[in-house]
Design a protein around this ligand. Structure first.
Ligand code: NAD
Length: 312
């Protein structure tokens, strides 16, 4: 299974995600059949793809003269059976409903060649429990993209209990070939990495809004002008190395995560000891902070320049 040998793919569902996933494959030079239930939805998808490509061209991410060839590689159709003929990779981006996913996987199983990898873009469903119609479950995998797929780099790849490791490697390779940043999960966990974190954030947000503790605008301003500057540079894990793991232990007390307790016991407190969750290779605290702060200031400059603290 060579991701570079993939010539033809099918994307089922041409909505918010599907049209843009198909576009990314087309930009990669892959012929892609894009399936939806009626012609109006497909016409809308074609229109959106053209519009997306024009926006990318404004930013030099696509050459304007390449747009006709890219759009010509997207083949919209309502005929799922025909769309699966000869495809190397299939991905469904249909509604997040058990019955719909189960039916589509059955149709993909029936229509795709034996060796085709069948991927799901599910955000949170246990798709591996919806494969009653699929015999070769070893070829089913999650490839979870982020909206809008033609801009956001990440794809989370996640195997089910029966997925062949070669299928995982192939899928990760294909996503990389399509220019994506790939994170491969060790096993299926509900919502994968990002939506798991986002779900916890959303719970906190609705608690604040519903209790009237802060307005939507205040919460967004607070987050954009704090986490918004730090997140792109130190993520949600490395940031703790800058807080200080000893402080986190003091704050969390008995509820401290075992990893934090272990690191603190070893004297690995974060940037200040040149080792914490990350290893800073013996660099001094000032060196580490200077590197971090230069990046923070670049982000701040950009956010100010584009008025990012104002709502869209
Ligand atoms: N919207 C997001 O931000 C986002 C992000 C990541 C993952 N996802 C996941 O992607 C999937 C699709 O989400 P979406 O937001 O694009 O939904 P959407 O409603 O915009 O699009 C789904 C499309 O699938 C089509 N469809 C439904 N049943 C079909 C069938 N049997 N055959 C062919 N087409 C069919 C619908 O007509 C619709 O156009 C879901 O599993 C969702 O959880 C969504």
């Amino acid at each position: 299974m060579d991701p570079h040998a993939v010539k033809k793919a099918v994307v089922v569902g041409a909505g918010v995600m599907g049209h843009s996933i198909a576009q990314v494959f087309a930009q990669t030079g892959i012929e892609v059949n894009l399936v939806d239930l009626n012609q109006d939805l497909l016409d809308r998808a074609e229109h959106l793809v053209r519009n997306n490509l024009e926006t990318l061209a404004e930013f030099g991410r696509v050459a304007s003269e390449d747009i006709p060839a890219i759009t010509a590689r997207v083949h919209p159709t309502t005929d799922l059976g025909a769309a699966c003929q000869g495809v190397d990779f299939a991905i469904e981006a249909v509604a997040e409903l058990d019955d719909v996913k189960r039916r589509v996987f059955g149709q993909l199983e029936a229509a795709c060649p034996q060796g085709t990898v069948l991927a799901s873009n599910t955000s949170s469903l246990e798709v591996f429990n919806l494969l009653s119609e699929v015999k070769r479950r070893d070829r089913v995998v999650v490839a979870h993209w982020f909206a809008p797929p033609h801009i956001v780099p990440l794809v989370e790849v996640c195997p089910g209990p029966e997925t062949d490791p070669a299928v995982v490697e192939f899928t990760a390779g294909l996503m990389t070939r399509a220019g994506k940043k790939v994170v491969v999960m060790r096993q299926f966990v509900q919502s994968f990495i990002v939506n798991r974190i986002q779900g916890l954030i959303a719970m906190g947000v609705w608690e604040m809004i519903d209790n009237g503790w802060a307005t939507a605008e205040e919460i967004d301003l607070a987050v954009k002008s704090s986490l918004g500057i730090r997140l792109p540079i130190v993520g949600v894990v490395q940031t703790m190395d800058f807080t200080g793991l000893d402080l986190i232990k003091d704050i969390r007390g008995d509820e401290s995560p075992p990893t934090i307790l272990d690191l603190v016991a070893k004297g690995h407190l974060g940037a200040k000891t040149s080792k914490g969750i990350y290893d800073y290779g013996g660099r001094t605290e000032t060196e580490i902070l200077k590197k971090r702060d230069r990046r923070y200031l670049k982000v701040l400059e950009l956010l100010e320049a584009i008025d990012a603290f104002e709502p869209i």
